[in-house]
Design a binder for this molecule. Structure first.
Ligand code: NDP
Length: 432
């Protein structure tokens, strides 16, 4: 068993994704915590934020984690190769650093993806992506973030929380296109109330460098903007360029993703692909699940294909979104009649802090069999709640199961088991 990596061990999630992102989310929340403290009797002294200290602390933690990953590989008896690897034939791989060619009975490609550079955009080379955002030499005073997906929304909240004047530009009508409308609108309103400027229905036209090194941005509908940094968060594409896939007979699709079957087998016998490079669902736990299925199938002789149904997920915006299953819009199309249970309330903490924030919770129920087919939360710790809701939906729980579950009081989550009557129904697409 040998594993080759050209950069750092741990992948996108650990090195430049989920883990450092979550650390930066925590960093960015302190400004609000300090403000909220006054309502609870605290006087907070002078506040100062040092970006370089955060970057250094993050770096120490990521280095520690990378060390743990390497240790895990060593303990498992894997040979760790610090090099780029490229396929040269159906069973052969060139280790680029040494030029040596090695062979293997089975080859697993898990090279991940990278942020779309958006080369059609004039001045795209002046923009940063999430890769660079973590390690900027200094915190910009202002930033324009393009995109309306996970990364754009999360980073807009991070930068705003750290005191950066933040603008988000998104081409669609409302941010987070694949989420439930209430979550999208609720988060949009909360972000604007904090002071994040959101320009929907607009796109970047060009970026130029000003004499003072700032960025001059032209937008289609909102005219010109001057900012310190422009960050593109317009999706991620698979890392398949230059991998030697053709030489090995591995097919890719029109987005460059490796084509696989239900068991992660590529078009070349003995070569498999997992995770973002296959562009199924670009989430860390999904890649891990696909890997477990691969082991089960290939090494334990128990053919198991990945299950991509009902994946709970969170957007680490502020407030967070936690969600699993169908949005109201999807369920209304899929079923003849749905019941929507909706709660919109001020969290307890906000009563004393005086912060004008709302928590929104929704359960979507298929009226025919009472199964809960979607659960959506906008509010503190929504991600944590989504994880547990994921179990209930996966188990096929009905609304009656929720109703006979005792509440945990006082929590926000208790709303999920105390919404006894539907807020409204949607029958044949019509709201009742
Ligand atoms: P997303 O797919 O979430 O969002 C991409 C955004 O870019 C969408 O708003 C999309 O608009 C917009 N877009 C795409 N192409 C263009 C274009 N040509 N011009 C203008 N806008 C465009 O991708 P991200 O980059 O945010 O994140 C990549 C993936 O990483 C996510 O899909 C997610 O799976 C994963 N991720 C998960 C996180 C989590 O679990 N918390 C956190 C961060 C990333 P439209 O919606 O209109 O198509």
């Amino acid at each position: 068993m040998a594993i080759a990596e050209e950069f750092r061990y741990g992948g996108t999630c650990v090195i430049r994704g989920c883990v450092p992102k979550k650390l930066y989310v925590y960093a960015s929340q302190f400004a609000e915590h300090f403000e909220d403290a006054a309502g609870f009797g605290w006087t907070v002294g002078e506040r100062r934020f040092d970006w370089s200290k955060l970057v250094a602390a993050k770096e120490r933690e990521i280095t520690r984690l990378e060390g743990l990953y390497r240790k895990g590989l060593e303990n498992a008896g894997a040979e760790i190769l610090q090099t780029r690897a490229e396929l040269t034939g159906p069973n052969s791989i060139k280790l680029v650093n040494t030029g040596k060619t090695v062979t293997a009975e089975r080859i697993l490609i898990a090279t991940g993806g990278h942020p779309t550079p958006h080369v059609a955009l004039p001045g795209h080379e002046l923009c940063i992506s999430s890769n660079e955002a973590f390690d900027l030499p200094e915190l910009p005073k202002s930033i324009l973030i393009a995109g309306g997906g996970y990364i754009a929304v999360e980073f807009a909240n991070i930068f705003h929380g750290l005191g950066v004047e933040t603008t988000l530009i998104y081409r669609g009508k409302e941010i987070l296109s694949r989420f439930d409308q209430d979550m999208r609108r609720g988060l949009h309103a909360a972000m604007e109330a904090k002071g994040i400027r959101i320009l929907c229905g607009d796109v970047l036209q060009s970026i130029k460098e000003a004499e003072d090194g700032r960025r001059v941005v032209e937008t289609l509908h909102h005219g010109g903007l001057m900012v310190d940094q422009v960050m593109l968060a317009l999706g991620r594409v698979p890392n398949t360029t230059g991998l030697g896939l053709e030489a090995a007979g591995v097919k890719t699709d029109d987005r460059g993703a490796i084509v696989i079957d239900a068991f992660s087998r590529t078009s070349a016998p003995g070569i498999y692909a997992l995770g973002d490079v296959t562009d199924r669902v670009q989430l860390t736990p999904v890649a891990i699940h696909e890997a477990m299925c691969f082991i089960e199938t290939e090494y334990k002789h128990n053919p198991t294909s990945p299950d991509h149904e009902l994946i709970a997920t969170a957007v680490f915006s502020q407030p967070e979104i936690g969600t699993v299953g169908m949005s109201e819009e999807q369920a209304a199309k899929a079923f003849a009649e749905i019941e929507v249970y909706r709660a919109d309330f001020r969290p307890i903490k906000a009563t004393l802090s005086g912060r004008s924030e709302r928590t929104i919770m929704k359960l979507i129920v298929n009226a025919a069999d009472r199964k809960v087919v979607g659960a959506h939360i906008l509010g503190h710790e929504a991600g944590e709640m989504a994880q547990l809701l994921g179990i209930t939906l996966k188990a096929g729980c009905t609304k009656d199961d929720f109703d006979r579950t005792m509440a945990v009081h006082p929590t926000a989550a208790e709303e999920l088991v105390t919404m006894y009557t539907p807020s409204y129904r949607i029958k044949n697409g019509e709201r009742q």
